[in-house]
Ligand binder design. Structure first.
Ligand SMILES: [Zn+2]
Length: 257
């Protein structure tokens, strides 16, 4: 039975049996790890509140080799990120980020870039950066880090580079990038983007994290978020559970404000 140890973030969980919990972590050393935390739902559990979504901790687990699930031995909190969980909008975007990481990565496939992104995202949310902006900056970098970068330099249909004269532009997520007007006319239902959104996408890819989350995105923010939702849905084969939650919450805060 092998012992594993790593800093890790809780990215999901569900109850198992009477008192256990299956927890999904994204760890620095091992990538995505799923494990059973025995008796985690008992009042006097040794885990206390440590296994809350988005908590960063030091994970110690046993790999029995008999199942995909490890046995969670210890999870000592390093940073609870409770200020992220206390605010609905922050929580919604953070839960979306966690779901994207959980569903776009394979188990036991370490990716330090993705781990670093998740932490930077949570830290920015906790620091009070507008939540949707954090999610967009995070999402753009996440799809890049996982090798799914959309092309914006030439039409992915015909290869022409000088085909994007006037705005708006058309993105064919399934084909992997922008398409010219001629190629776009053959495919119904493609996403239209203002040229400013494509410029913002280019800029975000090149900027340092702090610079990226420190810059207002204006109208590009909503369009890029829509683009990311569409791309992630295509990659996982269905919309994320959390994107719907986030949209409903935005409608609610719009009515309230
Ligand atoms: Zn074309």
């Amino acid at each position: 039975m092998a012992l594993g140890k790593s800093a890790a973030v809780v990215i999901g969980s569900f109850p198992l049996g009477e008192s256990d919990r299956v927890v999904t972590f994204f760890s620095r050393q091992h990538g995505k790890v799923r494990g059973v935390a025995r008796a985690a739902r008992r009042i006097k559990s040794k885990f206390g509140g440590a296994l809350e979504l988005l908590t960063l901790g030091e994970l110690i687990f046993f790999d029995t080799g008999r199942s995909d699930l490890v046995r969670v031995d210890h999870f000592d909190v390093l940073r609870p990120f409770d200020r992220v969980r206390e605010d609905l909008e922050r929580l919604g975007q953070a839960a979306w980020m966690a779901e994207c990481v959980g569903r776009l990565t394979a188990e036991r496939d370490p990716n330090v870039a993705v781990y670093g992104l998740l932490l930077r995202g949570l830290k920015s949310l906790e620091a009070g950066v507008p939540p949707q902006r954090v999610a967009v900056v995070f999402g753009v970098r996440l799809v890049d880090a996982l090798g799914h970068r959309l092309r914006v330099d030439a039409c992915v249909g015909c290869g022409r580079r000088d085909a994007f004269g006037g705005a708006p532009l058309t993105m064919d997520v399934e084909a992997g990038g922008l398409v010219c007007a001629a190629c776009a006319s053959a495919v119904p239902g493609l996403l239209r983007l203002q040229s400013g959104s494509v410029a913002a996408l280019r800029r975000l890819r090149g900027q340092a994290w702090d610079e990226a989350v420190g810059t207002q995105l204006g109208g590009a923010e909503g369009e890029l978020r829509q683009l990311l939702d569409r791309q992630v849905a295509l990659l996982i084969g269905q919309p994320t559970r959390t994107s719907r939650f986030v949209r409903e919450m935005e409608r609610f805060s719009g009515e309230r404000g």
